[in-house]
Design a protein around this ligand. Structure first.
Ligand code: TXA
Ligand code: MG
Length: 317
């Protein structure tokens, strides 16, 4: 069921159940982060491999030190600037975080979401919320309550409806490794914005299929239709005959057998494009087309996060 009843969401969570929650990035599948059994339900419902750790959501920066042993200075500076918002900090964990949340590891990912409804929920709860994106493992992340309902409506008791997500791609995951600020996943806060606060950062964006690299799997965010990603004219030349759905940045594509098109931002705004990305991928996946072609976005700001998701979406094509 979808609704805006905070008390219902709160009661279900207090009873160890999973609830769909809105955030500014994507919808999450939330459970009590301090309850290993409730978190096990998340893995079961998502069909998520247990080696992939969860993000723990808290309502304020001041909560971070309840669950993390250290909060290095450069990350604190990033929190001052970007939290609440689409940034996640990987920090040495305290004992109160169950092993299932961190996939047995010694670090925990913590984030303060900016969505007002979910912040209110977190303020009313006596525990933080573990929440991965609310999609079956490997599929496109949901950016509306309806997306969550379409896929998980039968297996979760409630989805808190906070409207469409404004950022539209997941949070940027950062940590400090060997004294260096390191970006583990590109996301809603751009690398440029991070570097403006704490200087040059290291990128450790993995595209491997090695399960030892949690959450950085090569294939992810993938539609069911085959998706090809690259320079648009080359893609169109390579696929003249198939019935196509085409996803572009600001200009419509011209070519043969294009059945559907999604132009993410006619004004050429990368933030707007990011906010439309997952809904457009879901739409094209639902259309009567043979394949999806997605053009490469400008390799800057949120364009890098968009390219990252499209690359993973295309990995099996
Ligand atoms: O925007 C978001 O971050 C959304 C919303 C719901 O908050 N959540 C999200 O969760 O994207 P999920 O589970 O789909 O992605 C979590 C990412 C994965 O890449 C995971 O490997 C990484 O965070 N992660 C979590 N804990 C980690 C840790 N201890 N060390 C390294 N990476 C970690
Ligand atoms: Mg996810």
């Amino acid at each position: 069921m979808i609704g805006t009843d905070l008390l219902n969401a709160k009661t279900l969570l207090e009873n160890g159940r999973c609830v769909g929650i809105p955030t500014e990035t994507v919808y999450g599948l939330a459970a009590n982060a301090l309850d290993a059994k409730a978190c096990a339900e998340i893995f079961r419902i998502k069909n998520r491999p247990s080696f992939n750790p969860l993000i723990v959501h808290v309502h304020a920066v001041s909560e971070i030190e309840k669950y993390a042993r250290e909060f290095p200075e450069p990350l604190k500076k990033l929190a001052e600037k970007f939290a609440p918002g689409p940034i996640t900090f990987v920090l040495p964990k305290k004992e109160n975080i169950p092993d299932i949340v961190t996939a047995g590891g010694d670090t925990v990912a913590l984030r303060i979401p900016a969505h007002p409804l979910t912040r209110k929920l977190l303020q009313q709860l006596a525990f933080p919320l573990a929440a991965p994106s609310a999609n079956p493992f490997g599929y496109i992340s949901p950016v509306t309550a309806q997306h969550v309902e379409q896929q998980l409506g039968d297996v979760i008791p409630y989805i808190l409806d906070g409207g469409a997500c404004t950022i539209g791609v997941e949070s940027t995951v950062v940590t400090v490794e060997n004294g260096e600020v390191t970006v583990l996943r590109l996301g809603g806060v751009s690398v440029e914005a991070i570097e403006a606060v704490c200087g040059k950062v290291r990128l450790a964006i993995n595209h491997s299929s090695d399960p030892k690299s949690p959450g950085q799997l090569a294939s992810h965010y993938a539609p069911r239709k085959k998706l090809f990603f690259g320079e648009l004219n080359q893609l169109l030349e390579k696929h003249p005959t198939e019935k196509k759905g085409v996803l572009t940045f600001s200009d419509a594509a011209k070519g043969t057998n294009i059945a559907y098109q999604c132009v993410l931002s006619p004004a050429g705004n990368l933030n707007e494009a990011a906010s439309q990305l997952f809904a457009a991928l879901r739409f094209l996946d639902s259309c009567d087309v043979d394949i999806i072609l997605a053009e490469q976005f400008p390799d800057k700001e949120l364009g890098r996060a968009i390219n990252d998701r499209l690359k993973r979406a295309s990995a099996q094509a």
